[in-house]
Design a protein around this ligand. Structure first.
Ligand code: FAD
Length: 479
């Protein structure tokens, strides 16, 4: 048995525009087609640098409408790409969307906390902030990431590294149920006791199996955290990075941080302490008392940051701690998973992104991994841990294609230079360029994942940003 890497849609393609009109016949103005006045607005992704041109954009308001779209697409030969926000639209658009209906989940955004069951239930297009607020109303927290407007579905199906990650693991491990419309148009619930194989695949396997219409995930008893950021000017960047890199692997699981070199343009919308400057920022959160926080951070504080906001804060404020851009922006990036940060890796990082270097990279980021992130989660899904000590993510603004090309060059050059220190694996949520998705999984898990894809989506109806292929009985060796 081998793994098929090419599309083999056997539903019989018709003219995509005719198929789009058939869909519109069922759902009216919730289906937007090329040539419509609203087409450009409807197809826009959160990442404005991505030019996605699907055969249709459908915006369902219920699981029943999702099922209608999936059935009609299968009948008429369109493929189906679920999308919540388009934060990771790059690798999707790169596959070519001429025969694809994007199912934009932006009208399915309900979030309800259920303190009796200890979970939050959200619809398939919900962003993180409403779920954070719903949990906070009960003194609880959920495993969101650094951005309030990332979609819960894409983030959680791909892993999910947030501010509690070294203590509580990947967000995907906290999923307790996923409701999904699969290729035959039925709505299926996957949890530990129903459709357990599918539940395993969904927890890390991304949007390859259907359109997720609802998710349920654990909330944690975290009303507040000791969290904040420290900032240093350019002359301290090297010293701070070396200290942080030496400290991070041995730090207790209670703390999760990120180190960044930020190069911000002198714009009025950027906070004064950042605008027009190159700085080092370490931000993060400690789950513990103020005394624990002060003790854990003592070494970094000794480096005398010019700004230090660490202190007791409501847990819900962490969703904006990282100052991520909201509402869409044009960005280009690259990423790598690192075994560690020995002196050579730090030298390399500074040569590409350190102070005094001319680079279009606005952000050169290193996430502190390890702790619970490095331990397989009992009963977890296809991706329940990350086998790396640090995650590198470097990005810049792409207001024009030329700027995009320059950022891409700089971002991939840093990845290439860090190759000797890389694990070779990838964290697919941070992979915003086309990538061989098998790098996101252990080899045996990859094969099993492809098996689930074959069973659930035998004709390759669904198109994900990071593609899991199907298995075929053709005798070829597996890859
Ligand atoms: C500013 C920014 C901050 C980020 N911060 C973090 C972070 O702190 N931690 C982290 O781990 N990652 C982070 N990410 C990465 C983020 O997790 C990925 O970009 C993720 O794919 C975004 O999910 P989305 O649903 O918003 O994006 P989309 O581009 O809409 O979705 C990505 C893919 O997820 C699948 N998908 C989405 N919705 C559905 C659905 N309803 N049903 C089935 N499949 C679906 C599809 O395959 C889709 O192609 C960040 C990204 C950005 C741009």
């Amino acid at each position: 048995m081998s793994i098929d890497n090419d599309l083999d849609l056997t539903t019989g393609t018709t003219d995509p525009l005719a198929a789009g009109h058939a869909l519109r016949g069922l759902l009216g103005d919730r289906v937007v087609l090329p040539g419509d006045e609203q087409y450009d607005a409807a197809r826009v992704a959160w990442n404005l640098a991505v030019d996605q041109r699907p055969a249709a954009v459908a915006v369902p308001r219920s699981a029943a409408e999702v099922a209608t779209i999936v059935r009609m697409a299968a009948e008429t030969g369109l493929r189906v790409a679920p999308q919540s926000t388009g934060h990771n639209a790059g690798p999707l658009a790169a596959q070519g969307l001429d025969d694809v209906v994007i199912v934009r989940m932006s009208e399915m955004t309900m979030a309800i906390a259920d303190p009796t069951r200890g979970i939050v239930r959200v619809e398939g297009g919900t962003l993180w902030e409403p779920a954070v607020d719903a949990a906070a109303a009960h003194g609880k927290a959920v495993l969101h990431g650094s951005s309030p407007d990332v979609g819960i579905a894409g983030y959680s199906l791909g892993g999910g590294i947030g501010w509690y990650a070294r203590k509580l693991g990947l967000a995907t491990n906290s999923l307790t149920a996923v409701e999904i419309v699969v290729a035959d148009g039925t709505l299926v619930r996957a949890d530990a006791s129903h459709n357990a194989e599918l539940f395993w695949a969904l927890r890390g396997g991304g949007g390859n199996f259907g359109v997720v219409t609802a998710l349920e995930f654990r909330m944690y008893d975290i009303p507040t955290a000791y969290a904040g950021m420290m900032l240093w000017g350019p002359e301290h960047i090297e010293k701070v990075l070396r200290e942080w890199a030496a400290w991070a692997p041995g730090a207790p699981d209670e703390i999760t941080t990120a180190f960044r070199v930020l190069r911000m343009p002198p714009l009025p919308e950027i906070p004064e302490f950042l605008a027009g400057r190159t700085v080092a920022v370490i931000d993060g959160a400690v789950l513990g008392s103020d005394e624990d926080g002060a003790e854990i951070l003592a070494g970094l504080r000794a480096l005398r940051p010019e700004l230090d906001t660490f202190g007791r804060v409501p847990a819900k404020s962490l969703v904006r701690l990282h100052m991520d851009p909201e509402g869409g922006m044009p960005g280009v990036s690259d990423s790598a998973m690192l075994e560690g940060l020995p002196d050579g890796a730090i030298d390399t990082f500074l040569q590409h992104a350190g102070p005094g270097v001319e680079t279009p990279l606005a952000i050169a980021e290193l996430r502190q991994l390890g702790g619970a992130l490095g331990r397989a989660h009992e009963g977890g899904g296809v991706l329940s841990s990350l086998d790396a000590q640090f995650g590198a993510f470097q990005a810049g603004m792409a207001m024009t294609p030329e700027m995009g090309a320059a950022v891409h060059g700089a971002a991939t050059a840093l990845t290439g230079a860090l190759a000797p220190y890389s694990t070779g694996a990838a964290y697919l949520n941070f992979a915003e360029n086309p990538i061989d998705a098998r790098r996101g999984y252990r080899p045996e898990a990859w094969r099993q994942l492809a098996g689930v894809r074959s069973a659930v989506d035998p004709h390759g109806l669904f198109v994900a940003n990071h593609r899991v292929p199907r298995l075929f009985e053709d005798g070829q060796p597996t890859t």
